[in-house]
Design a protein around this ligand. Structure first.
Ligand code: PLP
Length: 412
């Protein structure tokens, strides 16, 4: 048995909800890949906005509106440095990763792709990075290709030779799989795609919250992620793109705030990033995300990643002792992010989740918005435990005991 990773320095105590009891037991939250919990300072930042500064942004010439605008735009600056974007104009606030990818499909791709052009995805994509492209296929007749996934849950890189040709105009893949936990070799993929003249988008919903991500070092073209998966609130996401590409793209949604001049006959667009932010934005949510970024940055993304890898190594070793537990994804912790997806022979994933809930342990059961990937592995559903900085080794011990209990109750 590996020695348990050191339980870090009270991060758990920063999260009020983790002081809660469920069925009289301390809450063990292992569902952060779906949505993370929020530290007190994120809640405080949002309450303070509503209590002291609430107003619309960019429009009013009064003190509250100026304060709201300053705080909203300061959040953009925090995102800019968090992902090392070269300009704040490259950072577009959306509602979530899903909306960011729809923006990419309906603005950049619709303007630049023609029938017969190829968008290359993979078999491990979340529906958010699949369905927008299926919609575009229906709308303009693009072709979709998929990088296969190996039995160990890695991308089959040997297939790239046959898949990547001059017809591929965009490669759009998950940086980290929300089911397999695999950290994909994105530097290699980006170089290969650029080699045939394709643009690259990374679905970074499961990477930006958990590890350092530097868009300039990656040399990627577009990137999407969600605030609620990184200690921030729901309702705020990020779409990042290179400035030259964003400048050349048409707006996605039309309305207030995204225009320069409107007459009854004509309209011109606002400068970046406002061209892509139609209507009243999620102001308190952006400010909450800014507070989350401050919190994560003070701890350090490399430290968070290291903590999650130590927990994952510990959990992998513990789970290997459970007969009948089939793990999806690579078996070594340093190839994967902090989540474990598995099936238990003879036990339905929903029964696993219900048994664990009796012990105040929250995990996810189902297809995790990745039905084609489950079909690839010939299973309808799986159970997923996912970790974040606030998880500690004792919670993994409790998970393992709960899984053994589910086997005793249900396995036949
Ligand atoms: N992409 C990946 C890899 C995800 O894990 C998720 C959420 O689980 C999404 C996209 C969609 O995120 P959201 O629902 O915040 O748009």
């Amino acid at each position: 048995m590996a020695s348990p990773p050191v339980d870090q320095s009270g991060w758990r105590a920063d999260f009020p909800i983790l002081q809660r009891k469920i069925h009289d037991m301390p809450l063990i939250y292992l569902d952060s890949a779906a949505s993370t919990q929020k530290p007190q300072r994120v809640l405080d930042a949002m309450t303070s906005f509503y209590a002291q500064h609430n107003s619309n942004v960019h429009r009013g010439i009064h003190t509250l509106s100026e304060e709201a605008t300053t705080a909203y735009e300061a959040a953009r600056d925090k995102v800019t440095s968090f992902i090392n974007a070269s300009s704040r104009q490259e950072v577009v606030f959306t509602r979530n990763t899903t909306e960011s990818i729809n923006l990419l499909a309906q603005s950049w791709a619709r303007a630049n792709l023609r029938g017969g052009d190829v968008v290359l995805l993979s078999e491990m994509e979340h529906h958010a990075n699949l369905v927008p492209w299926q919609l575009l296929r229906q709308q303009i007749g693009i072709e979709l290709r998929f990088i296969p996934v190996t039995d160990e849950g890695r991308l089959e890189l040997e297939a790239l030779d046959a898949l990547l040709d001059e017809r591929v105009k965009l490669l759009s893949v998950a940086h980290v799989s929300n089911v397999l936990g695999t950290i994909n070799p994105v530097e290699l993929l980006i170089a290969r795609a650029h080699g045939v003249g394709a643009r690259v988008h990374l679905d970074a919903a499961q990477s930006v919250p958990h590890m350092p991500v530097d868009v300039q070092a990656l040399n990627v073209d577009f990137l999407s992620f969600s605030g609620h998966k990184m200690c921030g609130p729901t309702g705020i996401g990020i779409f990042w793109g290179r400035k030259a590409l964003l400048n050349a793209m048409p707006p996605f949604l039309g309305g207030g705030d995204m225009i320069s001049v409107v007459t009854l006959d004509e309209v011109t667009w606002a400068d970046l990033p406002h061209k892509f932010e139609a209507g009243t934005p999620s102001i308190a949510e952006a400010i909450g995300l800014g507070a989350a970024i401050d919190y994560l940055s003070e701890i350090g993304m490399a430290t968070i990643h290291g903590h999650e890898q130590a927990l994952t190594a510990y959990a992998l070793e513990a789970c290997a002792q459970i007969d009948g537990l089939q793990l999806l994804g690579p078996s070594s912790a340093n190839e994967r992010a902090g989540l474990l997806t598995f099936t238990l022979d003879g036990v339905h994933p929903h029964d696993i989740a219900a048994t664990l809930d009796e012990r105040a342990i929250a995990i996810r059961a189902g297809h995790h918005c990745a039905q084609p990937l489950h079909a690839r592995f010939g299973i309808p559903a799986s159970a997923r435990a996912s970790f974040y900085l606030y998880n500690e080794a004792w919670e993994i011990d409790a998970l393992v005991e709960g899984l053994e209990e589910a086997q005793r109750l249900y396995a036949f």
